[in-house]
Structure formats: structure tokens, C-alpha cells
Ligand binder design. Structure first.
Ligand code: NAD
Length: 329
């Protein structure tokens, strides 16, 4: 099938070309994000391949349908950037990659926690300047701490297993209880109980109307003083302005973010010459106890290959018999 591949980075092309070695699919790579304007790049393609920071709102979906697009293949697990109700109404199937490497994201969350706790990022910079002091580098043993996980699906479960291996007490909140997690030693509690008892809180639930700003001023007030918060899930789970206030007054001791509320226009691009235009994000970057990475949790060799293979397999299935593999609708 002919595929219009939007928002291409060099690594996307490398992994998709590798997975498409037999050239079964004809891919045209565009660097532009998918939006109303860039739909003009589509000529006779039948499939659109998009990423998390592409815009698949109703207007774009109608345009894609009118251009003869038959399938939307997301190369991501999350699909909160798609107007699913509109796609359904248009009978425009949307497929995704539901699981590629839960370990990639879980390990990144652990990386943020370890780095923040022991100030590894600060020590690295300091030593390059010839400063070998231990000033402000004291951390805490993670062993024995209470770790609260919100969302114990594939990634939350992988994160729980690592934290159990560290010797932590792991408590969790999820609308569905994961039997494997319970067997491994995770205890399910209410959200309020988790917020008030956890030393470390890690977010692994999807962004939905229910989880939007799950971590807001009210939730933050319930937490332990000096709590560590890690968000590798979706930026809009956290009210950024509320968390900035909690960093200022010390309620939040450490904050690790792989995602940010307004990341769409920023992440994956290089603004090093222009500087950060987003004042809220700029303020966040001034805290020594905050680490931000630009949505790189998924970015491992294994995950990239898996994403490419599953996306192409989703497309091949559709091509062969119109079947929808890994559909979101
Ligand atoms: P999953 O579907 O396997 O698990 C999600 C879990 O969240 C499920 O157990 C579900 O019951 C739970 N959940 C749903 N609504 C909830 C609510 N209101 N409160 C508490 N829990 C709720 O998904 P996954 O593969 O583990 O991925 C989790 C999230 O990680 C994704 O939704 C995505 O936002 C994010 N993600 C980030 C990256 C990255 O690169 N940083 C990569 C992939 C996924």
C-alpha cells in the first residue's frame, strides 16, 4: 500500500526501512507534522502514518477521508491525539502499536528517579568544571521506601517489578486490578491512600477525561512533604502550574518528567538557537530538583524495531483482507 508517513525523523526512516526490507509497502516520508495544511502533501496514498504530536482532530480526519485515506496507522500506543468518535463516524479505521517495549518506558522512569535522587546530572556537570564537592548531593535509599504507581498496565507492571526488586513497598491505584502485580507483591489502595502514603509516585495511566490533571493542587496537598513525582505517561495528567507552586514551597522534593502538558509544539525539535518560548516550561527548567526529558521513554532500539514491525504488520493485515489488527475503534 502507499503510505504517507508524517513527522519523520531520521531514526523513523531508518527503522521503518529496515522493517520494510522486502519493500512490500511504498512509503513516502514527510518531515512535516500532520495537520490540515500538510494534508496537501498526500497524493494517491491510502494510508497515513502518524505520531503522538500529530494532530488528528475532526477537521483533519474529514480532510483525510475526502482525500481517499482508508487507514490511519499510529506508530504509538497512545491515541489521545485522535478524535476517535469522529474517525468512527467517518468509518476511518485507526490502528496503533499497543505494546512495543514496556521495559523501555519503565526503565526510563527508573532512570529519572535514580538520577534525581542522587543528583547524578548535577555531579556530572560539576566534575567537568573541576568541582569534586558533595554539596547538595545527598539522596535517600530507595530500598524500603513506599512507591505508589498510578496505572498498572504493561508499563506500570514493569515499573512495579523493578521497584519490588529494589526492595520497595509498592502500592498501586488502578481502575482494574492486575493479578500479576498482586502475585508479585503489589498492594492496591485507593487513590487518596496512595497520594498520602507514597514517598515516590509514578504515573502510568493513559490520558482520558477522567485522568486529565489527576495531579492537581488538591492531589498535591494530600501528598507527603518532599514527595518524588515521576511522569513518563502524558503531560496533561499533571497541572504544571500547580506543581511549580509545590516545587517552590518544597511539597514536591523531586520531579522527573518525560512528558509535558504543552509538549506538542516543542518536543522532538531543536530550539537551542531560538530558546524556550514557553514560560511555564522555562520556569520548570530552573529548578535544580527537576529533570525533564523530551518524551524519550520509548526510544530504545528494541522498541523502535517493534514499533516499525507492528505498524507495517497492521497495514499488511488491512491490505490483505481489510482486517483491523490493533484497532483503537
Ligand atoms: P496499558 O493500557 O497497558 O495500561 C494503562 C493502565 O492504566 C491500565 O491498567 C488501566 O486500567 C489504567 N487506567 C486507566 N484509567 C485509569 C484511571 N482513571 N486511573 C488509574 N488507572 C487507570 O498502557 P501502557 O502500555 O502501560 O502505557 C501507559 C501509558 O504510558 C500510555 O497511556 C501512554 O500515555 C504512556 N506511554 C509513554 C511513552 C513514553 O515514551 N514516555 C511510551 C508509551 C506509552
Amino acid at each position: 500500500m502507499k503510505i504517507a508517513f508524517f513527522n519523520t525523523k531520521q531514526y523513523d526512516q531508518e527503522y521503518f526501512d529496515r522493517a520494510n526490507q522486502n519493500a512490500a509497502q511504498q512509503i513516502r516520508y514527510f518531515s512535516s507534522h500532520l495537520n490540515l495544511e500538510s494534508t496537501s502533501l498526500i497524493t494517491d496514498e491510502k494510508v497515513v502514518c502518524a505520531f503522538i504530536n500529530d494532530n488528528l482532530n475532526a477537521e483533519v480526519l474529514h480532510k483525510l477521508k475526502s482525500k481517499g485515506i482508508e487507514l490511519i496507522a499510529l506508530r504509538s500506543a497512545g491515541f489521545n491525539h485522535v478524535d476517535v468518535a469522529c474517525a468512527k463516524q467517518l468509518s476511518l479505521p485507526v490502528v496503533r502499536v499497543p505494546a512495543y517495549s514496556p521495559f523501555a518506558v519503565a526503565e526510563h522512569a527508573v532512570g529519572l528517579l535514580l538520577c534525581l535522587n542522587r543528583g547524578i546530572h548535577r555531579a556530572h556537570n560539576r566534575i567537568r568544571e573541576g568541582d569534586f564537592s558533595l554539596r547538595n548531593l545527598m539522596g535517600f535509599d530507595i530500598h524500603g521506601k513506599t512507591v505508589g504507581i498510578i496505572g498498572t498496565g504493561k508499563i506500570g507492571q514493569a515499573f512495579a517489578n523493578i521497584m519490588l526488586g529494589f526492595g520497595c513497598k509498592v502500592i498501586a491505584y488502578d481502575v482494574v486490578h492486575n493479578e500479576q502485580c498482586i502475585k508479585s507483591g503489589v498492594t492496591y489502595v485507593s487513590l487518596d491512600n496512595l497520594l498520602s502514603h507514597a514517598d515516590v509516585i509514578s504515573l502510568h495511566c493513559p490520558l482520558t477525561p477522567e485522568t486529565y490533571h489527576l495531579i492537581n493542587q488538591e492531589a498535591l496537598a494530600k501528598m507527603r512533604d518532599g514527595v518524588t513525582i515521576i511522569n513518563t505517561s502524558r503531560g496533561k495528567l499533571v497541572d504544571t502550574k500547580a506543581i511549580i507552586n509545590s516545587l517552590k514551597n518544597g511539597k514536591v522534593g523531586l520531579l522527573g518528567l518525560d512528558v509535558y502538558e504543552e509538549e506538542e509544539a516543542l518536543f522532538f525539535e531543536d530550539f537551542s538557537k531560538k530558546g524556550i518560548q514557553d514560560d511555564v516550561l522555562a520556569r520548570l527548567t530552573t529548578f535544580p530538583n527537576v529533570i525533564i526529558t523530551s518524551h524519550q521513554g520509548f526510544f530504545t532500539q528494541e522498541a523502535m524495531l517493534n514499533i516499525a514491525q507492528t505498524t507495517l504488520s497492521n497495514i499488511s493485515q488491512f491490505e490483505q483482507n481489510g482486517s483491523i489488527q490493533n484497532g483503537v475503534i
